[in-house]
Structures are given as C-alpha cells and as structure tokens.
Design a protein around this ligand. Structure first.
Ligand code: BES
Ligand code: ZN
Ligand code: ZN
Length: 509
C-alpha cells in the first residue's frame, strides 16, 4: 500500500492569535505639543474653519482642492521632511457626536496607512466628555488599522506603533484614561477579529479551548474547558449531536470573571455560538459566495472571548459567566441525520429537521447551563440565521428578548459603541411552526420570519431568566474597509458586550 506520509496543513510555528502575540503595542500620549518623531499628523477641522497657523495652510488653499470639511473627508499633504500632514473633516458642529468622531479618527488612520507613528489634533472640534473623546479616538484609529496578515507573507501592511492625541493640558488626564479604555476595547475586538478570520483547519474547538486557558491566565479569568466525555456527563446532547459528523472533538469553554471587592455584584451570563466551520452537515450548504465565510460561524463565541479579556483591566463591577459552545458542523458518516432526536441538557428533546440549523442546538444546552446558575440575565450572541442578514443587512444585528429592560440595556450599549442592533418581535404566534410529532420541539420553522423562529427556539431553554439574544449573522463580516470596520471579520459585539457588562444592572429591579 502506498503511504502518503503525514501532510501538515498547519505549520508548527503557527500562532492562532497573531495580534495578541505580536509586539505591536500602541502607546497613547496626551500633551499640549506634538513630540518629535511622528510620521503623520492629523488636523481635524469643521466646514469653513481655519487650520492652526503652524500648518501654514490658509483655509482657502484647502477649498481650492475641493476640501469642504465633511466628516471623514481627508486631504493628505506630502512633506519632503518631517511628518506628513493630513487634514481631516469633522462635519458640522451639531453633528459632532462620539460615533462621528470614531469615523473621523478611522478616516485619518486610513489616510496615513503607510505611517506607523501618528498624532492627531482635534482643535476646537468634538467638545465631548474628555474620557469619551480619548476612548473614541483610540478605538477609531486602532480598529481602522487592523489587518489579518498572519498567513500573507507578501503583505505590505504597516503596523501602527504609536498614537498621540493633542489636547489642552487640563483635559490630559481624562483623555488619557479614556484612551486606555479605548485601547483595551480595540484589543478585545482585534482578538475577536483574529479568531474569526483564522481558517477553520487552523482553529479547531480544542485549539480555542487552549487559547481560552492562556487568555484566562493573562486576563484574570477562571477558565474551564469541557471535552467530549465531560459533555456526555453533562448531558449536552445539542452540542454532541452537532459534533457527531466531525473528526474534531467538541469543547464547551466556561469563562468566569469575578469583580474586585466583596460587595454583592450583579451577575450576567453570556453565551456564544462557536461553530468553527458550518458546512451545513447532512443538509450540506451549496458552495456559493454567501457560504465562503462559514469559518466565521464562531464569531459570537469570538466576541464573548474578546469581551471577557477586557473585564479585569477595566475593573468591571459585574460578575460575568460565559459559555462558548464549540464544534464544527460536518457531514461525516457518523453525522446526525434528519429525523434524529437529540436530548438537550435539562430534558427537552429536539427533532432535527435540518442539520444546518445547528446553532440553536448548541446554544440550547448552554442556555440551560447558564440559567442553572441563576444569573440576573443571560445575553447570547450568535451568527444564527441567514434571515437576519436578509432583514437587516451587514450593518445591523437583530436583538430579541423576553425582558424589555434588558433589551433596552443592550440597545444603549449598541448606541454607545456604534455596533448597531435593532429589536425584532418575539412573536409567539409563530411558535407552532416549531412543533414536532415525535419530540418536544423541532429545530426548523417555516419559510418566513426565520430569525424569529430561531429566537423562539432559544426562548424555550431560558426559563424565567431575563434573556436577550443577538443574531449577528449579517454583521459578522465586512466586504470592504469601511471607517473603523476592516475587510473580513468585524469583531461585532465585542465592544457592545463590554459596555453592557460595565453598565449592567439587574433588569427586574
Ligand atoms: N450559520 C448559519 C447562519 C448564517 C448564514 C450566518 C449566513 C452567517 C451568514 C446557520 O447555521 C444556518 O445555516 N441557518 C439556517 C437555518 C435554517 C436551515 C432554518 C439559515 O439561516 O438558512
Ligand atoms: Zn448552519
Ligand atoms: Zn451556523
């Protein structure tokens, strides 16, 4: 017999979390004058406003090249020595919100994409709370400069080395504190993007378990990884059923963050869908462009891991327990079949009518486990339905919930972070679409309202615990570089979940 030897798809040296392991720390300085050694300086101006005299540029010179000062408009002035100058539009004063500032900072970082050391002066624009200002500028610049280059040796991407923000001395401390928060938020998002961009054979459920343990050590989390045998003992038939057709073992990853001090703290549980690759299983997906990105079907889990890594550094006052449900969904000879019935943790049975509706199966075990801990609320995040993409496109995720106060908290965090979500109704009259002849429930609804029937399925497993569900199938990736979003995985939800945990209160009080 001919031997093919051992073919290694993944080089020994591969690190699945490149941006975390690489030395590309960004130092943020705040001062009243730019230090020497910058490669690019950005001056932010509103429509018709004057630039500082030090630039030697009268406003009409900018007008002559068509610069009008709309938000995010840029004009690059090459210099034969010293830093290049980038004039960046701020838009009209009445529109100068934090979200616009994030876009403006991102536009600057992109215009100076060949430069490593950046400085930005806001002049009299964006008179926001100085902490919000620092945070937003840091987020916009750092997120816009993200690129997944780990597997592209030919890349000419220039890593950002430093960012200076020029502000009046009396604001410096506050801006610096905000910038630190922004840097932590951006790093968490970068981790989520890296994980979701990593090819599926480079990042298995077991790999993610190992990464979570490492991250937990560095970021003050207790991490427990449950293997297949543990999951059998826990009765997690949803996760095991989806995993049945795969050669790779499943993992459930539990991360626990405990806030400092011994005061009673509110308790939030998070659940993330971690389908490392969604082939559809026996209900195989077609190889069309919509399905090229199914390595990102773990983007919910990635957002949760990312968010968890930020809590200790930000001294989050909320206790947070997270469950990540990780496996790929493959059509191997031992795969679950249409008509099979799975036993979910807690006793519910599910008839599998479509193996491609696997997300809700793995999530249901975790929702039961989460409610067993009696948290004040559960928030789950999942790339759950193509219908969410169809309904809301790539810029807005769907939110559902059984408790309006909790949904409102999520919407507030969405606004603060500019990670857009929109509430859809948990319309109970569609519940009958999930009826099964042979089990308690089936995993597939009818032709319409696919995101709602998926949410109604999840609703069955949370009991009375206040619960909100984010369906991020549409927002998991971007086709193009667009403001602080970069082409590929977006890391959507990471900052939203951090903001939610930081500001969380028991929704029943
Ligand atoms: N992972 C997909 C949902 C998805 C689609 C995410 C497009 C991102 C982009 C999910 O597992 C799935 O396949 N859902 C099915 C459910 C259906 C079979 C009931 C869908 O939405 O078509
Ligand atoms: Zn699927
Ligand atoms: Zn899926």
């Amino acid at each position: 017999m001919m031997s093919f030897g051992t073919y290694k798809l993944i080089p020994e040296s591969f690190s699945p979390i490149p941006s975390q392991s690489a030395e590309n720390a960004v130092g943020i300085l705040v001062g009243n004058d730019f230090s020497v050694g910058l490669d690019a300086v950005g001056f932010v101006v509103g429509p018709g406003e004057d630039l500082p005299d030090s630039t030697g540029l009268p406003t009409d010179a900018l007008a002559r090249v068509g610069f009008t000062g709309t938000a995010g408009e840029t004009c690059v002035l090459p210099q034969s020595s010293g830093p290049i100058i980038v004039v960046v539009g701020a838009g009209p004063r009445e529109d100068q919100t934090a979200s616009v500032l994030r876009d403006v900072a991102a536009a600057f970082a992109r215009a100076a994409r060949r430069q490593a050391r950046l400085g930005i002066a806001l002049g009299t624009c964006f008179e926001l709370d100085p902490r919000v200002l620092g945070q937003t500028v840091a987020e916009g610049v750092l997120l816009a400069r993200y690129r997944y280059v780990e597997l592209k040796p030919s890349s000419t991407h220039v890593d950002l080395v430093s960012l200076d923000i020029l502000v009046a001395p009396d604001l410096a401390d506050e801006v610096r504190a905000g910038a630190r928060t922004g840097e932590i938020m951006a790093r968490a998002t970068t981790l989520a993007r890296d994980l979701a961009n990593t090819p599926p054979s480079h990042l298995t459920a077991a790999d993610l378990g190992g990464i979570a343990i490492e991250l937990g050590r560095a970021d003050g989390l207790q991490v427990d990884v449950f293997d297949k045998q543990n999951l059998i003992e826990l009765g997690c038939g949803g996760l095991l059923g989806v995993n049945a057709g795969s050669r790779e073992e499943p993992r459930m990853i539990k991360l626990v963050y405990t806030p400092p001090g011994d005061q009673p703290a509110p308790h939030l549980a998070l659940v993330g869908k971690g389908i490392m690759y969604d082939s559809g299983g026996i209900s195989l997906k077609p190889s069309d462009p919509m399905h090229f990105s199914m390595k990102m079907d773990m983007a919910g889990a990635a957002a949760v891991v990312g968010a968890m890594t930020a809590l200790h550094a930000l001294e989050c006052p909320t206790a947070v327990t997270a469950f990540l449900m990780c496996t790929d969904n493959m059509p191997g000879g031992s795969a679950m079949k249409l008509g099979d019935v799975l036993n979910i943790r807690g006793g519910m049975t599910v008839e599998v009518k479509n193996t491609d509706a696997e997300g809700r199966l793995v999530m249901s075990d975790a929702l039961v486990l989460a409610s067993e801990e009696s948290p004040d609320a559960i928030v789950d995040i999942a790339t759950l339905t193509g219908a969410a993409l169809m309904a809301l496109g790539t810029h807005t995720a769907a939110v559902f919930g059984n408790n309006q106060a909790l949904v409102d908290q999520a919407v507030r965090s969405s606004r603060a972070t500019d990670e857009s979500i929109w509430q859809l109704p948990l319309e109970h009259r569609y519940r009958q679409q999930l009826n099964s002849e042979v089990a308690d429930i089936s995993n597939m609804g009818g032709k319409y309202a696919g995101s709602t029937t998926a949410a109604l399925f999840l609703n069955e497993f949370v009991g009375d615990t206040p619960w909100a569900h984010l369906d991020m199938a549409g927002t998991m990736q971007s086709d193009t570089d667009d403001s602080w979003l970069t082409q590929g995985a977006t890391g959507f939800g990471t900052r939203l979940l951090i903001d939610l945990a930081l500001n969380f209160t028991d929704p029943t009080r």
